[in-house]
Ligand binder design. Structure first.
Ligand SMILES: Nc1ncnc2c1ncn2[C@@H]1O[C@H](COP(=O)(O)OP(=O)(O)OP(=O)(O)O)[C@@H](O)[C@H]1O
Length: 366
């Protein structure tokens, strides 16, 4: 069931800047979503519109079957965890978590067990009397989550809320957040510009750029079938080459013809081809689909990262468990289903039309 729906949301800020352009999205209950995009793409604006802190210029926000576009943020069953956690430094852990319940004038006899449960959920049993300044970054993050979940929201919004943590702690909190979401069974909407974070945590990702949703789908869909070159470049590393459709299931690039898994484009249509670095294997030159010369090689612990130039002068990035010698002639091997074909140089209007038909197909599938 959809818990949140944004319908044709546009946002123009007071200075005339258009931050969101016709945003439509559906959020189901009980799932983990990410809004993923570069800085300035409009992620936080979407979150603030869902929370009610920012009003859309046009469009509607629906929650649980009701239009809540004009509803006061405090009356929405939605809580937000901000990037800086916004904890009260002069209050201890218990008081921070209890704050919202006290505002609601709940008696202490009801507040106490609720705070205890929330602290247990984020594995901070026994920390109730600690001062905020006596906590690590990860613990502060967990207090902020406890403070949000103690209100029993149906949706929790998290705005870049792991970005202040160091890399190791961030990884730990990614697992923890996912575990908390599963345990609570409520919807999380997580804003991040980190594609690895979004891929590893989410049931579904919305990729944003320039105030528009570029693609939405499961992490695997988005990684394996990027809809345009922005998504292909933004999500993971890619080899992107210009090509041409010969016929269904046959494409030309790097001056060769290849079998591929794509159909439905016109013969001769210009396309862009994506092959992920980990889908390339290094083989003997006579066994390769292309022949290339290795230029650089880095050992990254569990694989080699190799750059090579093929006989048509295209540069390739390869992630392989086999290394090679510099300047060695190598064969590059890939399967037809590892070739992802996208239309080339689409105008914005063509892109929008295709996105619309793609979204139409998705809703037909439901
Ligand atoms: N109050 C405002 N007035 C004018 N422009 C704004 C305002 N708030 C945000 N913007 C602009 O709207 C665009 C989207 O901002 P938003 O904060 O939603 O992006 P974001 O994707 O969350 O970026 P970041 O990852 O840097 O937080 C940016 O270009 C930003 O400068």
């Amino acid at each position: 069931m959809d818990i949140i729906q944004l319908k044709h949301i546009n946002k123009r800020y007071d200075d005339g800047f258009i931050a969101l352009k016709d945003i439509n999205l559906k959020i189901e209950s009980g799932k983990f979503y990410s809004l993923l995009g570069p800085s300035g793409s409009g992620k936080s604006t979407i979150l603030r519109i869902i929370a009610g802190f920012t009003q859309p210029t046009e469009g509607e926000v629906w929650f649980d079957g009701k239009n809540i576009t004009d509803l006061d943020p405090a009356k929405r069953q939605i809580n937000t965890v901000f990037q800086n956690y916004a904890l009260f430094p002069h209050l201890n852990v218990f008081e921070n978590v209890a704050f919202g319940l006290k505002i609601k004038k709940l008696p202490l006899s009801q507040i106490k067990p609720k705070v205890k449960d929330a602290l247990h959920m984020v594995r901070l049993d026994g920390y109730a009397n600690r001062e905020i300044s006596e906590l690590s970054g990860g613990q502060q993050q967990r207090v902020a989550i406890a403070r949000a979940i103690v209100n029993e929201p149906k949706v929790l919004l998290l705005d870049e809320s792991l970005s202040a943590l160091d890399k190791r702690l961030r990884k730990e909190m990614q697992f923890e957040l996912r575990a908390i979401q599963k345990k609570l069974g409520i919807t999380f909407i997580f804003v991040t510009h980190d594609q690895e974070e979004a891929l590893s945590m989410s049931d579904e990702i919305f990729v944003l750029n320039d105030g528009k949703i570029q693609q939405n789908g499961s992490p695997v869909d988005i990684y394996d079938e990027p809809i345009n070159d922005f998504v292909a470049r933004f999500i993971g590393e890619s080899n992107l080459l210009p090509g041409r459709m010969i016929q269904d299931y046959e494409v030309e690039f790097a001056n060769h013809h290849f079998q591929c898994a794509d159909a439905g484009m016109k013969a001769n249509e210009k396309v862009e081809v994506v092959i992920r670095p980990e889908d390339l294997d290094i083989v003997a030159p006579e066994k390769g689909k292309l022949v290339a010369t290795a230029q650089t090689q880095l050992f990254l612990g569990d694989h080699f990262e190799i750059k090579a130039i093929d006989t048509d002068e295209n540069e390739w990035l390869i992630h392989s468990t086999n290394g090679c010698q510099l300047n060695e002639r190598i064969g590059l091997y890939f399967d037809p289903e590892d070739i992802h074909v996208m239309r080339q140089h689409e105008s914005q209007a063509d892109f929008d039309a295709r996105l619309e038909s793609y979204e139409g197909e998705e809703s037909n599938d439901e």
